[in-house]
Design a protein around this ligand. Structure first.
Ligand SMILES: *[C@@H]1O[C@H](CO)[C@@H](O)[C@H](O)[C@H]1NC(C)=O
Ligand SMILES: *[C@@H]1O[C@H](CO)[C@@H](O)[C@H](O)[C@H]1NC(C)=O
Ligand SMILES: [Cu+2]
Length: 176
């Protein structure tokens, strides 16, 4: 009885954790993560130009974006802006729709940077369209020459088993 009760409490605790967790960037590291304000653009309640937590150099010819997510069937957008023009977001790829898996791990290992921005202070923005809303994460970055970079670890970039995704541009979203 005691054991069953503890298991029940543990399960409850884990469910609450998962429900409230939304998604976060594993690589590059986020400017900040705030569960309650994650739906506030452009950076989930954080200042887009904040560089106080450090800056990640990303090779312009390809770098990974890795996330942990608690949502299924989501759509991602991968964008960047210059610190000198922090409201002008440029799409780095088409949208990515998770048709299977992507929970809890999803990583696109070769996202292209913007060659004209090499050496300039920039911001990476990842938007997740999920059944509980539009959610934002940002990272302080700089594009550097070189790549594609493949030296990442599995803690930075991995897929859950059975993950598959399609590229496209969708105006409306169907989640499962
Ligand atoms: C990032 O790239 C810049 C060149 O733009 C270089 O000066 C700096 O040392 C690099 N930082 C790291 C952590 O590699
Ligand atoms: C993760 O899965 C997606 C969709 O199949 C794929 O495009 C991507 O390359 C995979 N990432 C890794 C790190 O294998
Ligand atoms: Cu959520």
């Amino acid at each position: 009885m005691h054991l069953r009760l503890s298991n029940f409490i543990l399960t409850l605790f884990l469910s609450v954790q998962l429900v409230s967790a939304h998604f976060f960037l594993r690589y590059p590291s986020y400017i900040g993560y705030d569960d309650v304000n994650q739906g506030t653009g452009p950076c989930g309640g954080f200042t887009s130009t904040d560089r106080s937590g450090g800056v990640t150099n990303l090779t312009v010819n390809g770098f990974p974006i890795g996330v942990t997510s608690t949502h299924l069937g989501v759509y991602y957008e991968f964008k960047a802006a210059l610190v000198s023009a922090p409201t002008t977001w440029v799409s780095l790829t088409q949208m990515s729709h998770l048709t299977a898996g992507g929970y809890p791990y999803y990583c696109q290992p070769q996202i292209p940077g913007i060659a004209a921005w090499v050496g300039l202070d920039a911001i990476l923005q990842v938007i997740q369209h999920a059944s509980d809303g539009t959610l934002y994460q940002c990272a302080a970055i700089k594009f550097v020459s070189g790549g594609p970079w493949t030296g990442y670890t599995t803690s930075q970039c991995r897929n859950s088993t059975g993950t598959s995704a399609e590229w496209g541009n969708w105006a409306t979203f169907t989640f499962r």
